[in-house]
Design a protein around this ligand. Structure first.
Ligand SMILES: *[C@@H]1O[C@H](CO)[C@@H](O)[C@H](O)[C@H]1NC(C)=O
Length: 340
C-alpha cells in the first residue's frame, strides 16, 4: 500500500523520529517508542512484501508481568482542571460513554475497546468492557496553580478524593485546559497514566492525565489535525468534532485508558525489560489510525460529508479518530476500521 520513493521514506523516518522526540510519546519516556519505530521501519524494509499487519514485528514481545488488569467495571472520576467549554466537555464525555455502548454503528468505539478486552491477568480475568463516568469535579480557578508538576496531579486528585469520602474505587482522569501548563507537556508527553501514592491521596488508585494542547503544541499532541512544519507534504486532517485540541485529546485519552486498564500498576502488560520505561499496548501503535498506517502515515480512515476525518463511531452519532491498540492475538496494531 505504500508506494513512496526511497528518499521520501527516509524523510518520513527522520520526521517520524523527530516527531517522537518532540512529544508523541505519551508514556513515561520517549526512547522505547522511538527505538520501536526505527526497528519497525527498518524491519519492514528488510521483510519487504511479507508484512501483513500494521506495526507487526517479531521483535515486539508484549509480556505479562503477573500484576492485575482492571477487570471490574471501570468507574471514571473526571477532574476538569482550568476553564472548559460545555461543547469540549460533551465531546470527551460522549467518547467515554461510547466505550460501553454496543449499539453504536460499526466501526465503533465499543469495538475499538475490544482489543483492550483481550488482555487478561493471572486470575483469568479480562479487562472489563464496562466503562462509565462515576463523578466529575471542576476546578476552573486552578486551585493548585496554572503550571503543574506530575506530583501536583496527585495533589489535584487528593483534593477530589477528600470531597467524596466513603467511595473507595474508581479511576481518576485529570484533564487540564488549554491555558494550563504541565511538566513535560509539549516537550515529552501529551498524557500519562500512573497510580496514586497513599502518602498523597491516602490510597493507591490508577489515574491518567491528559492536557488540551490546542493553544500550546497542537502539532505535537493534536496530530494529525495539526501537522508540524517539518512534515513537508503531509496535510492536516479536519477534526471530527471541529476542535483540534479536544479531538486530539480523545485519542490520547483512549491511549491512556487502554494502557491504564491493561497495566494499572505498571506490573502487568508491557514490552521491554525496563519496568521504569515500559512500552505498553498503545505506545506500540502511536500514529496508526487505519490500514496501512505507520511511519508518518495515519492509515486509511473515513471522511464525513463535511470532509472531517474519523475512524470510529460513538453514541448519539458522534465520530472520533482514535489510535489503534496492540493486539496480543495478531501481534500487531488492530482497530475496528481495518480493511482486509
Ligand atoms: C479474554 O482474554 C483471552 C486471552 O487473551 C482471549 O482469548 C479472550 O477472547 C478474551 N475474552 C474476551 C471476552 O475478550
Amino acid at each position: 500500500m505504500r508506494r513512496h520513493t526511497f528518499t521520501f521514506s527516509i524523510l518520513l523516518v527522520v520526521s517520524s523520529i523527530l516527531l517522537l522526540f518532540s512529544c508523541q510519546a505519551r508514556g513515561h519516556r520517549l526512547a522505547p517508542s522511538a527505538t520501536h519505530l526505527r526497528r519497525r521501519i527498518s524491519g519492514e524494509r528488510e521483510l519487504g512484501g511479507s508484512k501483513r499487519y500494521e506495526g507487526s514485528s517479531e521483535l515486539v514481545h508484549m509480556r505479562y508481568h503477573m500484576g492485575p488488569v482492571l477487570s471490574a467495571p471501570i468507574r471514571i472520576y473526571l477532574i476538569w482542571y482550568g476553564r472548559w467549554r460545555p461543547a469540549q466537555q460533551s465531546t470527551i464525555r460522549d467518547f467515554l460513554h461510547s466505550i460501553s455502548d454496543a449499539s453504536s454503528t460499526s466501526p465503533s468505539v465499543h469495538e475499538w475497546w475490544s482489543t483492550a478486552a483481550l488482555y487478561r491477568d493471572q486470575t483469568g480475568a479480562n479487562v472489563t468492557r464496562s466503562v462509565s463516568i462515576a463523578g466529575e469535579t471542576s476546578d476552573p480557578l486552578c486551585s493548585r496553580g496554572s503550571s503543574l508538576t506530575r506530583l501536583d496531579i496527585q495533589r489535584v486528585i487528593a483534593d477530589a478524593v477528600a470531597g467524596r469520602r466513603g467511595d473507595d474505587g474508581g479511576v481518576y482522569l485529570v484533564l487540564t485546559a488549554a491555558e494550563v501548563a504541565m511538566q513535560d507537556f509539549c516537550r515529552a508527553v501529551c498524557g500519562f497514566h500512573y497510580f496514586t501514592f497513599p502518602s498523597i491521596t491516602g490510597r493507591t488508585l490508577p489515574y491518567a492525565w491528559v492536557g488540551n494542547s490546542g493553544d500550546q503544541c497542537p502539532s505535537m499532541c493534536a496530530y494529525p489535525f495539526v501537522v508540524p512544519e517539518y512534515m513537508v507534504g503531509t496535510a492536516a486532517m479536519a477534526p471530527p468534532n471541529e476542535d483540534a485540541g479536544v479531538d486530539g485529546m480523545v485519542s490520547v485519552i483512549g491511549h491512556e485508558l487502554a494502557e491504564l486498564s491493561t497495566d494499572p500498576l505498571v506490573n502487568s502488560w508491557y514490552a521491554g525489560e525496563d519496568p521504569t520505561a515500559p512500552t505498553e499496548i498503545a505506545d506500540l501503535c502511536e500514529g496508526i489510525y487505519g490500514t496501512g498506517g505507520g511511519g508518518g502515515y495515519a492509515g486509511q480512515v473515513m471522511t464525513d460529508g463535511a470532509g472531517r476525518k474519523f475512524n470510529v463511531n460513538g453514541r448519539a452519532g458522534r465520530r472520533f479518530l482514535v489510535q489503534w491498540l496492540w493486539s496480543p492475538i495478531l501481534n500487531a496494531c488492530a482497530g475496528p476500521n481495518a480493511i482486509d
